[in-house]
Design a binder for this molecule. Structure first.
Ligand code: 13P
Length: 250
């Protein structure tokens, strides 16, 4: 039985005061015996403050990206070691905005995945197709290419620390949520990929989140699909009330 995992990706939003207030509201609003793992991924500059705000609660903290090198002349970047040093548990890697706005390839994502796993950070590896790719019937090809590339060299044992997130790019921030049937079909394909690439145990145990316009009103139906194990939430993670509503749906 896979435990649901709900993560909030705050993207480039909030002030420091808002970030701490949101994190504190979530920390006090979630029961320690909630039936889901919960994480928030604030902007890098607020990670430290958010780690302090959720300390002792059931809320874990993740970063939205990292560099694959340990240190050096990489102006503007954060290393995985830095994230771990300040108390991050998770790191989102290969988000579609990193892939499509900042030009990250699956091979870039793969280097980061290896560095994160070596440090004990748990990657949330994102994949998803563009609208034109879906319309051209390439959804399965795009997702399996991103999965193969992003997970190259990752062992079955290491997959115990990896979460996958299926985020159809056309559903992100658009209000156009994938139907539960559309999302479930891709999640089931991803699980087949895991069985083929690894084994049944990996396929049955790795959690696959859905992301793209998840709201309290649609979370229940999405999360009740057999292969949808959680959500990676953008806009609706910026309010404690709506994020707690999604967690309640899990
Ligand atoms: P929205 O929930 O705002 O569509 O964003 C989804 C997302 O990109 C989460 O990583």
């Amino acid at each position: 039985m896979r435990r649901p995992f709900i993560a909030g990706n705050w993207k480039m939003n909030t002030t420091k005061a808002d970030a701490v207030a949101l994190a504190s509201a979530l920390a006090s609003g979630i029961n320690a015996d909630a039936n889901a793992d919960v994480a928030v991924c604030p902007p890098g500059v607020y990670l430290d403050a958010v780690v302090a705000a959720v300390s002792g609660s059931a809320v874990a903290v993740g970063a939205q990206n990292m560099h694959h090198e340990a240190s050096g002349a990489y102006t503007g970047e954060l290393s995985g070691g830095m994230l771990q040093d300040i108390g991050c548990t998770y790191v989102i890697l290969g988000h579609s905005e990193r892939r499509h706005v900042f030009g990250e390839s699956s091979s870039d994502v793969n280097k980061k995945v290896h560095t994160a796993l070596a440090l004990g950070l748990k990657p949330i590896v994102c994949v998803g197709e563009l609208l034109e790719e879906r319309e051209a019937g390439k959804t399965a090809d795009v997702n399996s290419e991103q999965l193969y590339g992003s997970l190259a060299g990752v062992t079955a044992e290491q997959m115990a620390n990896v979460t996958l997130a299926y985020e159809p790019v056309w559903a992100i921030g658009t209000g156009k949520v994938a139907t539960p049937e559309q999302a479930e079909a891709v999640h089931a394909d991803i699980r087949k990929f895991l069985a083929y690439r690894y084994n049944d145990e990996v396929a049955n145990s790795v959690r696959i989140q859905y992301g793209g316009s998840v709201k309290p009103g649609n979370a229940n139906e999405l999360l009740s699909q057999p292969n949808i194990d959680g959500a990676l939430v953008g806009g609706a993670a910026l309010s404690a009330e709506s994020f707690l509503g999604i967690i309640a749906a899990a």
